[in-house]
Structure formats: C-alpha cells, structure tokens
Design a protein around this ligand. Sequence first.
Ligand code: NAD
Length: 322
Amino acid sequence: MTSPAPTTEAPTTAAQPLTVGFIGLGNMGSGMTRNLQAAGFPLVVNDIRRESAEALLADGASWADTPAEVAAASDVVITMLPTPRHVDAVVNGPTGILAGIADGGTWIDMSTSVPEVANQVREATAARGLHILDAPVSGMSVGAANGMLQIFVGGDAADVARLRPVLEAMGDPERILHVGGHGAGYAVKLMINQLWFSHLVATAEVLSIGVKAGVDLGVLRESIIASPANSNFVQNDVLSILDHGDYDEGFAIALACKDLGLSIDLARSVGVPAELSGLVEQIYRRARAQYGDRAGEMTPVKLYEDLIGTELRLGPDQSSAA
Ligand code: NAD
C-alpha cells in the first residue's frame, strides 16, 4: 500500500480552505479521504460504520452524525456509496444531504451509479441553485489509496474547473476527464467496467481452453501478447491472478454485479441490445452465487479454473517478477 500523495494545495474561500464533506468511507472512500486530508482540505465525514472514520478523526477530521449535518458543515459534499439506492437514501432521506445543504451548495457523486437520482434532485431543487457533478472513478482501491484515480466528470464546465483542485487531491491530474454534461460521467464509467469485465471473462475462457488443450500457460499468454488479440487485460491486469492468485477483494463481486446490472439498465434505457453484456453479467452472477458477495471482482476466473481442475498460475521463471 502506498502512502497518500498530496498533489495540490487546498483552494480557499476568502481566508479559509474549502471544507469537504465525505460520506462513504469504504474501500474507496477511506483512501480518497486520506488524500484530501493530506492535501489540506478540512474534512467532515460520515459512514454507517463509525469505526471506518477512526484514523481520519485522529488526524483532525470532524465527525457528523447524519448526511444533513455533513452538508450543513461543508462547502462541497462528496458521496462514495455502493449503489444508486444508497445514494438516494443519503441524499433524499429525512436526514439526508438535501436537508442540510445550503442553497447554491455543491454535491459531487463519485459512486458508480446511474443518472436517475441526480436528475431527480436537480429537478426537485431547481430553485435552490445547487451545483451537482457526477464523477465516478477507475483505479481500484490501490488508486484511491495513492491518489491516482482516473475520474470521469459529468456536469457544467464552470463547476468542473472550480472543483478541479478537490478532484486532483484524489486523482491523477492527467486523467481527470470532463466527459460531458450531467450523467456522462456515470455512462463512461459503466461502459469502461462493462468492457473490462468482458475482457476478464473472454481471457479466462481462452486461457482455460488453451491450457486444457495442453499448451503451457506462459507460452499461451506470450503468444497472445505477440498477436493482434493482445489486450491490456492479458498483458497487465490478469497477472494479479497468474502471479499471486489475487482476485482483487478490494472490489467485491457484489458491486461488480451491481455495475453490470446498471450497465444493462443503461443499454435498455437507450434502446441498444446488450447481448454480450447480458452473458457476462450471468457469468458474474454465477461466480457471486458460488463464491459469495465479498469475493473479489476477478473471481469469475475461478469458475474456469474449477472447471478445468487447474489454477491458472505462471511458474516462478515465467511470472512478471522473474
Ligand atoms: P464499500 O462497500 O467498500 O464502501 C461503501 C461505504 O459506504 C461503506 O463504508 C458503507 O458503510 C458506507 N455506507 C453505505 N450506506 C451508507 C449510508 N446510508 N450512509 C453512510 N455510509 C454508508 O464500497 P467501495 O468499494 O468503496 O465502492 C464505493 C463505490 O465506488 C461503488 O459505487 C463502487 O462501484 C465504486 N468503485 C469501487 C472500486 C473498487 O475497486 N472498490 C473502484 C471503482 C469504483
């Protein structure tokens, strides 16, 4: 685990730095808040698991009992929550963000989600002048911990520019992309995940067939890398399994299934068939049923390993560390 990497100085309103409220201190939010803190932003935090805030509070963050109290005490409120249902509850609930945020206040949703909740909030609060951005991320919990997330931002350009220093405290400045208007960030993020999960399933399938056909795993992978069928997944991401048997528990398969479901919902809502995505979703759901909600996002590979009765592992002289 790398240490937080402050990238910017906290911007200020008059004499004081912006106070950032943060709700959702899980695998992602814990690293993101450490980096906001390291960059000098005063923090007000909340999670249903208070213990998740202990390290932040020890280093000077403030605790708020409800999302409304977070919003009332902050210039910018960030949510990093599991699903749209959680975001809805945290924003619209009786002690939710809308009950505490000042008129003209700012909410950034960094969860992997769909536009419905934010659209409904924008409509319901049109007279209050709220500034709302969707800014979901890629980069896994490691990227959250080392402040190198990729961030896909949807919303008004002026808001993106004003809030860029806050985003830069959590992400790689080169890879913080303003991808369009409201909702575009959610859509880009869902499509990236859909494609990555599809790469994972396709790679697991071909490696398993090739190995079962008697080809050495390292030779097969090197051959794919040298071919037009190469991918970033084969070249880099699959190595966590092939080298260490690490299926990335930092991103639970329950959340991966949630993302696949949202991505298919999005396809349905725009009227585009998603046949391949539907198949990948079913394979993910099978892995979740078999290995449990908390298994890592790469666990579908294990389905294939179990089928062929062999773990896909490179020998010591073949691993990326060799
Ligand atoms: P997580 O389950 O580890 O963390 C979610 C946090 O939200 C938990 O601490 C939980 O207690 C808190 N929470 C839930 N309901 C709450 C409520 N009503 N009020 C306050 N806090 C509440 O999830 P995560 O892995 O950190 O993922 C968060 C989001 O980021 C998800 O949308 C996920 O899809 C996305 N994401 C995750 C990863 C990853 O690698 N983990 C990568 C990119 C994007």
